[in-house]
Design a protein around this ligand. Structure first.
Ligand code: ATP
Length: 329
């Protein structure tokens, strides 16, 4: 696999001035992104997450050539975003949830037509791609509607189409599902997952962790301008989540199922009809526990409960702010 994005000690600071007395102002430096390095291979789908002000948008802006790094550098599609912004624009698609690349007073279809000529997309290629987006994102009912009259969900489907008309290798999305209702979110996620399956690389920032669960094979967690964790969701889970819970539904109520090997805690519900067995990841496996269980009781159903992704990220932050905190997870 070849690297499509290489960030090499990317840094960006801003000088902000604030009042420091009656007439005095003081200037301070805010480091938004602090020597961030990573690579993204062709075909990956990477979620870039972190709390407000972590440095996500600033990173994305540097990777797309909107902002120049204060130090370090990046290569995207083999180009330097800061120096070759126009050439890069022809190779990547960018969707900012909060900003539009469409013309507000024009019908959606005319915005697409304008973008076609700006990007000099050959007519046949354009028609083919547009038809595909129109079908998959169900744009037909509002193609003739001026953009200002579209709902947020309709506009976002239009934005994604606009970003794909020139067949980019990489699609960068900043909060693509923000403000959308559940159905629109799901439709957009399904479309993006399919696009990635067919080879388009995705890099997205999001606060909606269902986006990550659904779309991203890899998660990068950033805070205070630094990458705290980087890896597949499953691996990050295994790193910081030391306990799992087997939820067991029995065919009839039973006293707490204590004494099973590796089980640290038992909680019961419904008079013991449902039991939560908390076990150490390194002490036993769900499979071993289930086979020990069926020897003792009649089991109706089992599920393994993983902590929510929000909890996972909270633990990653906690781990980075205090390495000793791992012991009490
Ligand atoms: N143009 C700017 N001038 C001054 N400070 C800025 C500027 N842009 C960003 N910052 C600061 O840099 C830091 C990182 O901001 P950034 O927008 O990259 O974070 P973010 O992770 O995208 O946050 P959010 O999730 O809220 O969008 C913040 O402290 C922010 O206030």
């Amino acid at each position: 696999m070849s690297a499509l994005i290489v960030a090499d000690r990317l840094r960006r600071s801003f000088t902000v001035s604030h009042r420091a007395g009656f007439l005095r102002r003081r200037r301070t430096e805010v480091v938004a992104v602090d020597a961030v390095s990573f690579t993204v291979d062709r075909g990956e789908a990477v979620g870039y997450v972190g709390p407000n002000g972590a440095g996500k948008s600033t990173t994305i802006k540097m990777l797309t050539g909107i902002l120049t790094p204060s130090a370090g550098g990046a290569t995207v599609c083999g180009l330097d975003p800061a120096k070759q912004r126009r050439a890069l624009a022809a190779r990547i698609g960018v969707v900012f949830g909060q900003r539009s690349q469409l013309w507000w007073d024009l019908p959606l279809s005319e915005s697409f037509e304008l973008l076609r000529s700006i990007y000099r997309v050959p007519k046949d290629d354009y028609r083919e791609r547009l038809e595909e987006c129109v079908e998959l994102l169900e744009l037909t009912p509002f193609l003739a509607t001026p953009v200002r009259q579209l709902s947020l969900g309709q506009r976002m489907r239009g934005e994604v189409t606009a970003a794909l008309l020139h067949d980019p290798e990489l699609l960068v999305l900043d909060e693509p599902t923000i403000g959308l209702d559940l159905e629109s979110k799901e439709r957009l996620r399904a479309f993006l997952a399919d696009l990635n399956q067919r080879g388009t690389t995705l890099l997205l920032t999001t606060h909606d962790l269902d986006d990550i669960e659904r779309l991203c094979g890899r998660l990068m967690v950033i805070d205070h301008g630094r990458v705290l964790a980087d890896g597949p969701l499953g691996e990050l889970r295994a790193e910081v989540v030391t306990e799992r819970t087997l939820v067991v539904d029995l065919t009839e109520p039973h006293p707490p199922l204590t004494g099973l090997p590796g089980v640290r805690e038992v909680r019961t519900e419904l008079d013991g009809l449902r039991q939560h067995l908390v076990f150490g990841r390194s002490d036993t496996t769900a499979a071993a526990l289930i086979s020990a269980l069926v020897d003792r009781v009649a089991v109706h159903d089992v599920t393994v409960a993983e902590p929510e992704i929000e909890e996972l990220i909270r633990r990653l932050y906690k781990r980075s702010s205090s390495p000793d905190a791992m012991t009490d997870l």
